[in-house]
Design a protein around this ligand. Structure first.
Ligand SMILES: C[S@@+](CC[C@H](N)C(=O)[O-])C[C@H]1O[C@@H](n2cnc3c(N)ncnc32)[C@H](O)[C@@H]1O
Length: 263
């Protein structure tokens, strides 16, 4: 890998303020006979998330280090690669919601082969931090400011798409998931980390208004976007990460025509 990281247009600006989106995220759903009691909360809009993550950027890596998140990402990615060995040749990887680059740096530590990284995030300040961190890691990265719900990449461009703790911010995560699957090559892998339904997950929800999911829900999300063999991986032995996060991986099916020509 070459130690370069580039930031491409559009320039680093916050999304236009506009009217706040009024889409909501479920907090609690209970059935009492034929009655359903449902509590929902307005999600943070794209502009609110940008502002909040811009403010959080300076201390983000330190917080992750304190919680042991980089090591947890590394252990989880080792498991992904041992289940699905990474063949030879240079591969293309996309990090959706790169933040300060934690999961991409973890992937650089475990990847047996060189790879070219594209990374996208809505927060300019997060991207600045990611750029310098990835350069320190010697990762060949191209960074863009943008929204994971409209990915500026071609269909079938990537061997691996990763997205850690981003989908839970979106009122309808399926829009972004469909995009991630679109840009995956047939046979490529999607790895997502999500906030878990747990007491610590509730703490995250109170601060960031995120979805909180069970392993079954996470698998259903991935299967709903057309991935196969969706499965949750044990996230980490450390209590904090295990209670906060879950990781789920799925593969984009190889279309029949490809299967036939490969025979
Ligand atoms: C919880 S942080 C996770 C960052 C990083 N993946 C990690 O694991 O440390 C969520 C990140 O997603 C970004 N984000 C939130 N909504 C986004 C969107 N719609 N499109 C792109 N990035 C988004 C935020 O700016 C932030 O950097």
């Amino acid at each position: 890998m070459h130690g370069s990281s580039t930031l491409t247009a559009p320039p680093l600006t916050a999304p236009s303020e506009g009217r706040c989106e009024d889409a909501t995220i479920p907090v609690l759903v209970r059935w009492f006979g034929s009655w359903q009691i449902s509590l929902r909360r307005r999600a943070l809009s794209a502009c609110e998330l940008t502002r909040s993550y811009d403010r959080a950027a300076a201390g983000w890596s330190r917080t992750l280090d304190r919680l042991g998140v980089p090591d947890a990402y590394e252990t989880m990615l080792r498991r992904v690669l041992s289940d699905d060995p990474w063949g030879g040749g240079r591969r293309r990887v996309l990090d959706c919601g790169v933040g300060t680059g934690a999961i991409s740096c973890a992937f650089a530590r475990v990847s047996p082969a060189p790879f070219a990284l594209d990374a996208i995030d809505i927060s300019p300040r997060m991207l600045e931090r990611a750029g310098s961190r990835l350069r320190d890691y010697g990762v060949d990265a191209t960074l863009r400011q943008g929204d994971v719900r409209t990915l500026p990449y071609d269909d079938g461009a990537f061997d691996l798409v990763m997205s850690a703790h981003v989908l839970e911010h979106l009122p309808d995560p399926s829009v972004a998931l469909d995009e991630m699957v679109r840009v995956l090559k047939p046979g490529g892998l999607l790895v997502v980390c999500l906030t878990r339904r747990s007491p610590l997950g509730m703490y995250v929800h109170l601060k960031w208004r995120t979805h909180r999911v069970t392993p079954d829900q996470a698998e259903t999300w991935l299967l709903g976007s057309g991935l196969e063999n969706a499965r949750c991986l044990p996230f980490d032995d450390r209590a904090v990460c295990r209670q906060l996060s879950l990781a789920c991986v799925g593969r984009k099916p190889i279309e029949d025509s490809h299967k036939e020509s490969a025979l």
